[in-house]
Design a protein around this ligand. Sequence first.
Ligand code: GLN
Length: 536
Amino acid sequence: MPKTSKYIFITGGVLSSLGKGIASSSIGLLLRQRGFSVTIQKLDPYINVDPGTMNPYQHGEVYVTDDGAETDLDLGHYERYLDVSMSKQNTASAGQVYYDVIMRERKGEYLGKTVQVVPHITDEIKRRMRAFDGKYDVVIIEIGGTVGDIESLPFLEACRQLRLEVGRGNALDVHLTYVPYIKSAGELKTKPTQHSVKTLMESGITPDILLCRAEIKLGKDIRQKIALFCNVEERSVIEARDAETIYEVPMLFAKHDLDDIICEKLHLKRSRRDLDTWSRFVNRIKAPRHVIEIAFVGKYNKYPDSYKSILEAIIHAGAINNTQVTIRWIDAEALTKENAAEMLDGIDGMLVAPGFGSRGIEGKISAIQFARTQNVPFFGICLGMQCAVIEFARNVAMMPTAHSSEFKKNAFNVIDLLPEQRSVTSKGGTMRLGSYPCNVSRRTKAFVAYKSQHIDERHRHRYEFNNDFREVMVSKGLVISGTSPDGRLVEIIEIPSHRWFVGVQFHPELKSRAVTGHPLFVSFVKAALQLHQENL
Ligand code: GLN
């Protein structure tokens, strides 16, 4: 008999950026280590069909799943905490929901009825919410945006209806709110939380648990007050203090027995809590033995959320190497051949970031030249790898006009579209998206890292290494250490004479998980730590 899933709805109030994604992931982790299978779904009330075409400044990084969905960066947190792979079904936006309903209406599937937000849009939202019914013990559904936004309403209505359908004891509403500390009054204020809960109640939802973000300890009196005014049991008003690292949040929740309260309310029979491995991981982040500095060469440096998964992958790899990795942000547009040595002086490693468009390309290439000639560990990701190929072509293979056809046509385009892509004019649908297999050659840095000849990694790009130049580049010393199984697509390049120079066409950061990390990031940080120790 299929099991019935329990549902946890997570909403946010007062203001955005309170860390709903981290809260959802932390609850998921706590339930996972109590022995339950868990998945998390993110429903975003915006009208874009997906964040694929959104500017990183607007939306942060676009997270790509194995099945090629371009999604919200919160899915990255879910995967990193839960160690469970997400898919297209783990995410939906209002745009997608409306799009599907309108398409159905055009096909005449509503048989002449008036198509309305309730019940047609809400039914479609519920259908998506039920995608994992019976497949997991617990399905956590995070609703994007803030309670009170006009566009959230159909989503809240769907939560209310679904809870009624699955019945008592099978669903739970968790509301994340903010309790500000007002300096002049020297007090924590509960009013915004009261208002937020009131707004939620207008949609027919009474929260079972409140997670209260606060800069300082909540104290019993404040929790009592919130409980009284918001109609929530006192023990279910949980303090969510600012943590030193986001990975500490599950442990802070556990201290307040959040997992016990959830299991009790959902009638879940749990095993003993075991956070030992996780807490060892957190301790290594908080008190590492070594400190190194890595140059991060990118162009969205003012908005680090654009590089969320890379930064998290570095934290994981740091913890595994017992090392704190500090980042020296290098604005690719400000770096030139002339100032490279000065801007990069003393670094232990360099990571050149992915990206689209020509801004900062020459800076990235100059930075790579520095790393290559100075024997500094170098890790190039996607565009970072493509720039490394261009740099090698220009300065080692003596093709001074080498370029990518993304930026310059009819040059020595060592990076180019595949012949079959060249006639495509529209931007949508031409990217290589999602997981692809890759064969790794033995006796390479990549093989040492992965310890395997067969790997799968996720992609999000249009351009590729141009095979017309493969022979000449290899004859000059570039090693192609990873390719697609048919050998046609170059996936990993390296320079064997260098201490650690690896470029990858894919996005390894998307598969780095807390505790275990990603083999390439772990190797990269290890190489940087070695250089650091040699220089001591
Ligand atoms: N702009 C490059 C391409 O489309 C690289 C993309 C990336 O770094 N994700 O191929």
